[in-house]
Design a protein around this ligand. Structure first.
Ligand SMILES: NC(=O)c1ccc[n+]([C@@H]2O[C@H](COP(=O)([O-])OP(=O)(O)OC[C@H]3O[C@@H](n4cnc5c(N)ncnc54)[C@H](O)[C@@H]3O)[C@@H](O)[C@H]2O)c1
Length: 282
């Protein structure tokens, strides 16, 4: 087995059944970490209308992590359930003896103008993205402190956590809230050698991105398109052509997550890292 920058460390990843969370779990395993993978693996709310992750998705993550030669503890847990998340943390400590890295990635999205949202839409997005992330921190941070090895926490916000996105103001509010959590925790956990940073990806190619919902939104309010500009920097493919798709790939976000988890970012805490190919500079 090759030696990676995270050898001997243990990473707790929420929302790990698919999408970015799975990609982060596999990438951190490739870099040497054992993995604790959590996902609800079922519908979150009737107001979240894209397909849910499943137990089979989480099982696929397990296989992919094990293929990297690392151990993984995977459980179907809802981050809105503090007691269940704490149980998983206890199980992880029994199995691995430590927790070094937390990727607080689980989240949900729905669409609608602020004054037209249902209460269920508001509650689901705030309960998962903001309160659920706090519950994740509530469960994991004491175990990281007790392990005594310091560590790195990456909180997955969004471009929407730094700028306005009309059509999902509740999601934007939840992701702005994560900036407050990140920066307060950076100070509070810093004295235990734990760094805390947030990432702010723009559009990433996962099941959360609903092309139809967005097309409907822009059809009704075309001026909202200004808030969803194409990304200015386009990486060149091997052919020398700029990449045509206007989304990030999960693995590209994982590159940033792996850097934040590892020693190369040792001087960063309380930072908001845009993962947006420069689009927020418009
Ligand atoms: N896709 C994008 O364009 C984009 C852009 C910026 C930020 N994000 C954020 O990235 C993160 C990952 O999203 P993704 O794009 O991979 O979408 P995704 O829907 O593929 O993955 C999200 C995962 O979180 C899980 N999850 C949702 N609620 C949960 C809960 N209560 N408890 C446990 N697990 C739960 C889901 O089951 C799913 O597996 C989210 O926080 C999202 O808000 C996404």
């Amino acid at each position: 087995m090759s030696v990676g920058p995270l050898d001997g460390q243990v990473a707790f990843v929420t929302g790990a059944a698919r999408g970015q969370g799975r990609s982060h779990a596999v990438r951190l395993a490739k870099d040497g970490a054992d993995i604790v993978a959590l996902d609800i693996c079922s519908p979150v709310s009737g107001s979240v209308v894209y397909p849910s992750a499943t137990n089979d998705d989480l099982a696929a993550t397990v296989e992919l992590v094990e293929a990297q030669g690392r151990r993984i503890l995977a459980r179907a847990v809802d981050i809105r359930d503090l007691a269940a998340t704490e149980l998983l943390v206890n199980e992880a400590i029994e199995m691995f003896g430590r927790l070094d890295i937390l990727i607080a990635n689980a989240g949900v999205l729905s669409w609608g103008r602020l004054w037209e949202l249902s209460e269920e839409q508001w509650d689901a997005v705030i309960d998962v993205n903001l309160s659920g992330t706090w519950r994740t921190l509530r469960a994991v941070v004491p175990a990281m402190i007790a392990a005594g090895n310091g560590g790195s926490i990456v909180i997955v916000s969004s471009a929407t956590g730094l700028k306005a996105t009309p059509g999902n103001g509740h999601y934007s509010a939840s992701k702005h809230g994560l900036v407050g959590l990140t920066n307060a925790l950076a100070i509070e956990a810093g004295e235990y050698g734990i760094r805390v940073n947030s990432i702010h990806p723009y559009s990433v190619d996962t099941p959360m991105v609903q092309a139809e919902a967005m097309a409907d939104l822009f059809g009704r309010w075309p001026h909202y398109l200004h808030s969803f500009a194409p990304m200015p920097f386009r990486p060149l493919e091997a052919t020398g052509e700029p990449r045509s798709a206007d989304v990030l790939l999960p693995g590209e976000v994982s590159d940033v997550v792996a850097w934040l988890a590892g020693p190369g970012s040792a001087t960063l805490s309380g930072s908001q890292i845009a993962v947006d190919r420069g689009v927020m500079k418009y």
